[in-house]
Structure formats: C-alpha cells, structure tokens
Design a protein. Structure first.
Length: 365
C-alpha cells in the first residue's frame, strides 16, 4: 500500500490515483481548501466571450484589474500589485527585502521558510501553543522579536490551525515591529472565508503603516488555482516601485486578467460562498462536539484542525479510511509542532461533509 512516511498535499491527486487505484475525478478533496461552489458562475458564463483578448498583450500596468481589486477591498488601487500567483509576489518580496532572519508564526505553510532560505536567509518559528488553542500571545511574541529578526511572517487566518488575529491585535504587532525595525508579511489567503472579514483583514492598516505587505490570491476563495493570479496590498511606495521594477512584464495573461475583473464583481457568488461556509462551519462544529474521541480548535477560515484523542488511531489511519471512500483529508503530521494525531479538513457541500464525518466518527468511536 503506502509507506507511512509518505504524505499528500491537496494537489497530489495524480499520486493518490496511482497509490490507491482511485480515479482522480472520483476523489473529493477535503485537503485543498478550495471553495466547494467552484468558480464564479458569472465568470463561467462570460469568459469565453473574451477569447479575442489573447490576440493582444495585456496592459503592462493591469490598471483595470487593479481598480477592480481595489473596489473589492475598499482601498486605493495604487497600493495594489498583481503577479503570477501569490508565490511569485512572495519570492519578489523576499528578493528585495532580503531578510537575514525571519520569524514565522507556526505551525503554518512551509513555502515561507523555503522562500526565505532561497533568498539566503534563515528562519525560526514562534510556536503557537496547543494549550492556548493555537491563539497568538502578543506579549510572548514581542519577546521573540529580537534584534536579529528583520521579518515577521504571519498567515491570517492561519493554515492549518484556522485561528485568526484581529485587526486591533495586528495593529499592536505592527507597532512593536515598527519600533524594532521589523517588516511584516501577512498572508490573507483565507481571510475571505471568515464570518467577519472586516475584523480580521489588515488591508485598512496599509494606509497607516509602511512596514506591512499583505498577500492574497484567487486559488482558494474563487476556486481558480489554475489561473495563477495573485495580488498584494502595500502602502510602502518605494517597495511597490521596486517590486514592479523587478517583476517580469505581462506575468498575468490576458484571460486571467479579465477573469479577475469578472470574478471580483460577482457579488452573489461571494455572498453565497460566505453563507455556505458559515453554515457548514457551525454545523460541523456542533457534530464534532458530540464525539468524545476528537477535539477541534475553533475555526475562522473554511477548514478546521482536528485532534484525534483515541490512543490507537493516527492521522494516517484516518487518511486511509477516508481515501478508500474517495475522500481526501490532510494528514497534518508534517507541519511543525504537530504530530500524527492531527488532521485538517475543509468545508465542502453538506452532503460531502456528512459523508466524511461519518467515516471519521466511525473510525474513532
């Protein structure tokens, strides 16, 4: 079957297909954290009408796209920069700031550490404690922000814990970092799934602080990872100018730019997504409350971190029980500070969620 040292990412469906003999088209991925509604209906019905756009180069400045994103975020389009996925923007930012030592709040996404390392820097982690439900303690964080740290990396809401830092607390963090000469990179990939986005997003703070850059994309909320469209929000004019100077021209193709303009304006889709996730988040938590052999941590995003309390069941056991039913969950044992007792699942349609919950609850009963 499979070696227990092997682990799968939400995009590893081809490997899953080979290992388990399940057609990738038959797999429901609870690991990818992608909007279960699929792509925007408005985008699906209108993008084909724009096919002639590929006969021309995109606007170098992507002005219309940036204005549409700015309207969506209620900010100044001059503070928006777009790129070929948020990963490109992370790379460019690291190349420019060239941090010697970054402090990463974890457990979290491994790409941050990789990019800092590729840029010649080193990283260390500030550990979110399970005993505190993985909620950040700002006073303890301040102690860890020593003189040798020049970059703080925060995923908010955090993957995989689904915990979030309020904007009021983020302001406190920025004040501390401002005093210490530390730049802050905030990944808001999952913030749009939060019940109250406005209380969490740091976008308004970019108008007051020049030591923050916020990264977002369309892969998760807008269910369009294949378009490779990412964007950043930053009020630091000099930094934006340098990123633009280093960025290759036309990194976003014409159709992806047009798609962005369309999907950010699909208000019904945005509303329907938030309503579905909010309802399923609440419903799933109530179901998990009835099971004594699992514990979950209060989720903010479209996924939930679950701990297995039964001694003889591991995260790989649950992974295999679920994948045999065509349901793919995330074994979290590869995340820093987590072990083989943790899994992460995202919220899908009610029927799919029920199917997975039946597998999990049956396995741990």
């Amino acid at each position: 079957m499979i070696k227990h040292s092997d682990h799968f990412h939400g995009s590893d469906l081809e490997t899953i297909e080979k290992v388990y003999g399940i057609k990738r088209s038959d797999i429901v991925s609870f690991s990818a954290n992608v909007n279960p509604l699929g792509i925007s209906p408005k985008l699906k019905s209108t993008l084909s009408e724009q096919i002639d756009a590929i006969m021309s180069y995109p606007d170098r400045e992507y002005t219309q796209l940036r204005k549409r994103i700015a309207d969506y975020l209620h900010t100044d389009f001059e503070n928006i920069i777009v790129g070929n996925g948020s990963t490109e923007l992370i790379s460019l930012f690291i190349q420019i700031k060239h941090p010697k030592k970054a402090l990463i709040i974890g457990p979290t996404y491994s790409e941050y550490e990789r990019e800092v390392s590729l840029g010649g820097g080193t990283t260390r982690y500030y550990r979110l404690e399970e005993e505190q439900n993985f909620i950040l303690d700002i006073r303890k964080l301040e102690v860890e922000l020593t003189a040798d740290v020049d970059l703080l990396v925060i995923c908010n809401p955090n993957n995989p814990t689904s915990t979030a830092i309020s904007r009021n607390d983020m302001r406190k963090i920025l004040d501390i970092c401002k005093q210490k000469g530390i730049f802050v990179m905030v990944d808001e990939t999952y913030v749009e799934f939060a019940e109250d986005v406005y209380k969490i997003t740091s976008v308004p703070l970019t108008g007051y602080y020049n030591n923050i850059i916020i990264l977002r994309g369309i892969s998760k909320f807008f269910a369009a990872p294949g378009l490779r469209l990412g964007y950043a929000i930053c009020g630091n004019v000099d930094l934006l100018k340098e990123i633009n100077q280093r960025k290759n021209p036309w990194t976003i193709n014409s159709l992806a730019a047009i798609a962005g303009e369309i999907m950010f304006s699909d208000e019904n889709y945005i509303k329907d997504t938030r309503n579905l996730i909010a309802e399923e988040r609440d419903r799933i938590c109530k179901i998990l409350d009835t099971c004594k052999n699992v514990r979950y941590y209060e989720p903010t995003a479209n996924f939930i971190l679950i701990k297995i309390l039964k001694d003889d069941i591991t995260s790989m056991d649950l992974f295999e029980a679920a994948i045999k039913k065509g349901l793919m969950i995330r074994d979290c044992s590869t995340f820093p500070f987590l072990n083989n007792k943790f899994i992460r699942i995202c919220f899908m349609t009610p029927a799919a969620n029920d199917a997975l919950l039946n597998v999990i609850l049956e396995a741990v009963k």
